[in-house]
Design a protein around this ligand. Sequence first.
Ligand SMILES: *[C@@H]1O[C@H](CO)[C@@H](O)[C@H](O)[C@H]1NC(C)=O
Ligand SMILES: *[C@@H]1O[C@H](CO)[C@@H](O)[C@H](O)[C@H]1NC(C)=O
Ligand SMILES: *[C@@H]1O[C@H](CO)[C@@H](O)[C@H](O)[C@H]1NC(C)=O
Ligand SMILES: *[C@@H]1O[C@H](CO)[C@@H](O)[C@H](O)[C@H]1NC(C)=O
Ligand SMILES: *[C@@H]1O[C@H](CO)[C@@H](O)[C@H](O)[C@H]1NC(C)=O
Length: 403
Amino acid sequence: MLFVRVLLFSFTSSTTFAFLHPGLLVNNQDITRAKTKIDAKLEPWSSSWNKLTSIPYSSASYSSNAVSTVSRNSNGELLWHDAAAAFNLALRWKISGNDTYAATAAKIIVSWADTLEALSGSNDDDYLTAGLQGYELANAIELLRDYPPFVENGLSAAASMMTSIFLPMNLDFLNHVLGSEHNHKHFFANWELCNVASAMAIAVVVDNSTLWDFAVDYFKTGTGNGAINNAITNLVQEPGTGNLLGQGQESGRDQGHSAMDYQLLGAIGQQAWNQGEDLFGYNDSRILLGAEYFARYNLGYDVPFENYTNGIVSYSSISSSSRGAIRPAWEVLYAHYVQIKGLSAPWTTAYLNKTLERFGGFEEGAGSWGEGSGHYDGLGWGSLLYHMEDSDVSKVTSRSSKA
Ligand SMILES: *[C@@H]1O[C@H](CO)[C@@H](O)[C@H](O)[C@H]1NC(C)=O
Ligand SMILES: *[C@@H]1O[C@H](CO)[C@@H](O)[C@H](O)[C@H]1NC(C)=O
Ligand SMILES: *[C@@H]1O[C@H](CO)[C@@H](O)[C@H](O)[C@H]1NC(C)=O
Ligand SMILES: *[C@@H]1O[C@H](CO)[C@@H](O)[C@H](O)[C@H]1NC(C)=O
Ligand SMILES: *[C@@H]1O[C@H](CO)[C@@H](O)[C@H](O)[C@H]1NC(C)=O
């Protein structure tokens, strides 16, 4: 069931898009579904919930580690831990209804807003912080918009932290102002994808449709590797079936970073979908074509590979480094393409199965499945948020594409 994204015409006849809130990685339908399943003690929701509510990064007594300067290579974990905790606690609040968790999440965010001055000291890696922790924090803030004490006393400081510290770096990066970016394809796809995700997420938090359009347009037609036709460089034919598969920009590099690309593409797709912009479907579901290529190869099957170069690195074969890489990324892709859209996605389906087996039956989230930066590139909890029984699918409504 689709409904049209609302256009508000003001008396001065300027037009503003009304953003749906909460409308990034999580919307209220996801919360309601999770609650119902947990109340009915169903799996995989119950195990996901038990895990979410048992880890230190979702505890009501978690306290902020805010510092004035974050440098990814020296103290980056302070921010990625706190961003995960803020999101987990906000989610715990939305599902349980217990305000204590919202209060803790709000305290974490406000303390960062009061303390943080810059993301600097790691050279280029600071742009990864701006992108990755940018979209994560924005998602935590977005969930807390329904908590009045935060809206009255926190949201404006939090929004200002996002627009004055994170966003300018997201925009500089995507506008290719760094010296090395004279070659727009200098950075591997994951670097730009996280900055696209962050710019989109901040746009929703601050209700800025100009910024939203910039991020969406960049994804569609940008010149760097965060644009979908560059993130998935070319289409090849699957051996045996002739089905199209999408070769990923990082597939000649290694499979760990390639896995990260699908984690970020899932986040971008879901954030957009919740605002009525179907980036999942863009260009014949190119994200899915890429996911199918990745999943087939990482399940142990061969895929064709076409030579790739960006003028800096050149690859003439797919990399087997970290083949089989697991990230909490596949529930959203499966739910969207197979269940909501009814598309065939055999390799994505099998990869979800593989990741669920590895995680022990449900997709974990940030702070629950391991330490190190790679465990905090995404917020996870896909089984709690996106998993559906067949009878749930018809209840999913979405906004249609922007008129
Ligand atoms: C809300 O959560 C806090 C912190 O875990 C707990 O102490 C309190 O009992 C909870 N309140 C309710 C009504 O469950
Ligand atoms: C919205 O974002 C655009 C692009 O980043 C920016 O130029 C503009 O100032 C922002 N609008 C508001 C009201 O902040
Ligand atoms: C879709 O992908 C094809 C093949 O890579 C490309 O030629 C085309 O420009 C893309 N179209 C859009 C709308 O992005
Ligand atoms: C791909 O690169 C390899 C190694 O540089 C080269 O031998 C081969 O000819 C290239 N293939 C094509 C189709 O250009
Ligand atoms: C994965 O697939 C196997 C074989 O079809 C099945 O037995 C198992 O239950 C699946 N696991 C999950 C977690 O869905």
